[in-house]
Ligand binder design. Structure first.
Ligand SMILES: [Zn+2]
Ligand SMILES: [Zn+2]
Length: 407
């Protein structure tokens, strides 16, 4: 891992960037302590009460004006530290995620995102007197389920931002990625109970409906593009073998590489749900939520991040070929955004696994967390220092989004 103190950062502004790296290094124990505490106390989407309280507390200690909870979400944070040089100027968003996965814990390593976001905010706060505009920290809950950032966008919490910066842990280093458009789908079949032996003909089997749906989805995959994804789990499959199940439910996710393709998948999936209900005499309730869209990559910001990481000897391995989805993509339709990946483990460790979870609290992950805090702070500084760069990022954003909609 690169030595944050011994390395000369990228120009322009290498002298200030070295001070940012030193500020991250001085806050090392605070940053890593937060990462480990969140890792040891995993909280699922919308329930990140401890993590958000710990982060809000640290931000207050470093002189941020903290709004917590922010907007309508109990675990969202918005914290601002104004620059001392001028009221006018860019408002640069430093984002942090902190939700875990049910039954797995921090299998996506969001503890490192919370800690690196805090670290970047702490470092920038040490030079706030020299900056124009404002440092805006946004603690964004519910990335794994529920699209917390979209809820925060709808509540106006991203208004006025000139950029949004967020690192994600990975087994590789990628500055740009192509997350898929995605939604969660809750499916509930309702049938009719009956004794499964003495009078099964009186029942309507909600489990049969659910099995038909899984079979349809399995056959459907042959006709899907290689970039499309559909996957689900059974939540309720009945209560006893001798009762015809009158209620079953499943949680699916559907994903596609573009919003149009996603729309087609959604309609086909709904038809499969209705077909299964019709065939079994049951009724079905299908509800979609947690919408995430595709990412508007911003080459202007990406180039600055790439230059900053290059100074520490980290090479961009190109676009991430393995796409999940993220509500950070929704933010990328609101303002210029980046969502780079940095490795916390050896290549080949799958995300959302116990192996990745365990990797997220190792010394290597800790060093990557400090590096990410440094690079995010340095990239933010590039924007604070150069109004032309901010305008170029906006020009790139406008040309990529003009005439298109996120959904
Ligand atoms: Zn994640
Ligand atoms: Zn994840």
């Amino acid at each position: 891992m690169p030595d944050l103190l011994a390395t000369t950062p990228a120009e322009p502004g290498a002298e200030v960037k070295a001070r940012l790296a030193a500020a991250v290094e001085s806050a090392r124990s605070e940053i890593i302590d937060l990462s480990h505490r969140i890792h040891a106390n995993p909280e699922a989407a919308f329930e990140e009460f401890q993590a958000s309280a710990w982060i809000a507390d640290r931000l207050r200690a470093h002189g941020f004006e903290v709004e917590y909870p922010a907007g309508g979400l109990a675990t969202a944070i918005r914290a601002v530290k104004r620059g001392g040089r001028a009221t006018e100027g860019p408002r640069i968003g430093i984002l942090a995620e902190y939700d875990a996965l049910p039954g797995l814990g921090h299998g996506c390593g969001h503890n490192t995102m919370a800690a690196s976001g805090l670290g970047a905010a702490i470092a920038l706060a040490t030079i706030a007197d020299e900056l124009p505009g404002a440092i805006v920290f946004l603690g964004t809950p519910a990335e794994e389920h529920g699209s917390g950032k979209q809820i925060m966008i709808d509540q106006g919490l991203f208004e006025g931002l000139d950029a949004a910066l967020l690192f994600h842990p990975c087994d590789r280093n990628h500055v740009e990625s192509h997350p898929l458009a995605s939604e969660d789908v809750d499916v509930v079949f309702t049938g009719l109970q009956a004794h499964a032996s003495s009078d099964p003909w009186m029942g309507k089997n909600a489990l049969d409906a659910l099995i038909m749906l899984f079979t349809s989805v399995g056959l459907w995959r042959q006709q899907l593009r290689p970039t499309s994804r559909v996957h689900g789990i059974i939540r309720e499959g009945g209560t006893a073998a001798n009762i015809i199940p009158d209620r079953t439910s499943a949680w699916f996710m559907i994903r596609a590489e573009d919003p149009e393709g996603y729309g087609k998948m959604r309609r086909a999936f709904e038809a499969m749900c209705e077909a299964a209900a019709m065939a079994t005499g049951t009724t079905v309730d299908v509800s979609f939520s947690g919408w995430a869209t595709t990412m508007v990559n911003n080459p202007v910001l990406a180039e600055r991040f790439r230059a900053n990481m290059g100074a520490y000897g980290i090479t961009d391995m190109g676009d991430d070929p393995n796409s999940g989805s993220t509500d950070m993509a929704n933010v990328s339709w609101v303002c210029p955004a980046i969502h780079p990946d940095l490795a916390i483990c050896d290549e080949g460790v799958p995300g959302h696994s116990t192996a990745f979870r365990d990797a997220a609290a190792t010394p290597r992950a800790d060093e990557t967390t400090l590096l990410a805090a440094t690079l995010v702070a340095q990239t933010a500084y590039d924007l604070f220092a150069d109004p032309v760069l901010v305008e170029a990022a906006w020009a790139s954003f406008r040309s990529a989004t003009e005439g298109r909609t996120a959904r």
